[in-house]
Design a protein around this ligand. Sequence first.
Ligand code: ADP
Ligand code: MG
Length: 139
Amino acid sequence: MTTVMEAPLEGLMSVAEQMKEIFPDDAVIFLRGNLAAGKTTLTKALAKVKGCSDEVTSPTFSIQQIYDNGLYHYDLYQCPNEKFMAMGLLESLEEPGWHLIEWGDEALENLLRMHGFYVAVVEITPKEGKRQYKVTTDA
Ligand SMILES: Nc1ncnc2c1ncn2[C@@H]1O[C@H](COP(=O)(O)OP(=O)(O)O)[C@@H](O)[C@H]1O
Ligand SMILES: [Mg+2]
């Protein structure tokens, strides 16, 4: 299923609310988009709708950040999938909650599906002053 949404910064919470209706409670969510597309900003909005009270930061200097209320945030920029596995992060993805992955590639996406994970992809495209969010889900 594919759902396309569009919002400026002020409309981001309603986008996040809509995504909450789409994603199951346990999901691996790939966030795709160029640098400054709005991946981390969306993660903050999703954290709010998930009732997460920790402050979400950009995980650039750590591969994984764990927040309260079942929110996990990964930045796989220059992290090969072999390293991801070697760090035991595949097991970590089994923890209940939302696992938001920035810079995860298609090979990882396919591997997760093969392992039976629910995978959703959000593609973010900048559009004059706002962003388009294209959500694709397995079911
Ligand atoms: N829906 C939106 N509409 C307008 N600007 C946005 C939106 N989402 C994010 N931005 C802006 O885009 C910039 C980059 O956002 P960021 O989340 O850091 O990108 P990324 O994590 O993809 O590199 C920020 O200045 C942010 O305020
Ligand atoms: Mg970022």
